[in-house]
Design a protein. Sequence first.
Length: 370
Amino acid sequence: MSQAKSSRSEDAVRQLFSDTYSQADERFHTAAVAAGADIVSYQHPLQGPHGENLRLTGCRIGAKDARHVVLVTAGTHGVEGYAGSAIQTGILKRLAAYSLPSDTSVVMFHVVNPWGMAWDRREDHDNIDLFRNFIYCEPPFAENLLYDRLDAAINPLEWAGTIRDEAERAIAQFIDTFGEDRFIGIVRRGQHDHPKGLTYHGQGPSWSKRCVDQIATRFIGAGARVANLEIHTSWGKPDECLAISYAATGSPKLARTRRWIETPLYLPGADPLIPAHPCTPFESLERLIPGVEVTALVMECGTYDGKMPLDCDRQNNFVFTHGDPCSALGLQARQNMRRYCYPDSLEWKAMVWQCGELLFRSLAEGVRDW
């Protein structure tokens, strides 16, 4: 590749990836308008750290009654949304290149958790993990009795001093007895009973879930067949993007996904950091819109060492639930979270865009035969 062509390619990547929530929001909206999209936004009740307004936006290119829908979703885990926003913006800019048939529409949910993205959090303003809220927001709510036992240690009321020391001793004792994987698995399984604790599922539909349901009802018609690309970061090798399916072994959804993409599929459950779930967040559309079927693919973009330390999550949770996110400790915790979820590396960003665009193209082509 010539130096001039390489420079143009690098500039194109820079124009997709943003430094702030507001910049990402503006770039996405500009691209959606230029693509002729139907757009709807919901203003978040709170503001960002600099007083900026926040919104969750949906857009559609194509007819509402389209038989096939390619749904691209980003920012479900807040600060992870920088990667997904860039992929969505790039797809909108190149939409004509995909030659989508008339019976296929493209729908996007941009930054499902805008507050989390602006504040460098994976959780929303109510401390809810939205990935899990979309799946588990309806009762009955499952218990996590071992989490209940360890709550004070997982989520200490102080980040320094005797309370924190006692928390670390309790965790170390549990790990010595049962192993680190079991401890991580307890935390990552999540819970409904500790609103200020890590991996809180909530006890009903979150603000984002209610907004998404309204957008989906407006943009996706009854009986549609939906191929969903859901974009995440911070797990996996730093030089690769994983394609993950939560579909059951032997199911038509898993077989369909294998036909659509060329890359190997990762099936969750073996690593306690990526627990198995009965479905993905936006498969909830099957319960919302009559006759809709959703086949979902989760894209996970690896960063740095591939596994965000649990203490990074715990510290970030502490400053938002018991501390001050604008204090020195709060700023450090937010910077650490952003670093793990959104590396400031042009090479990483280029890899993320290439993988995301490839997976979108694979779904857009595969859905034609569904």
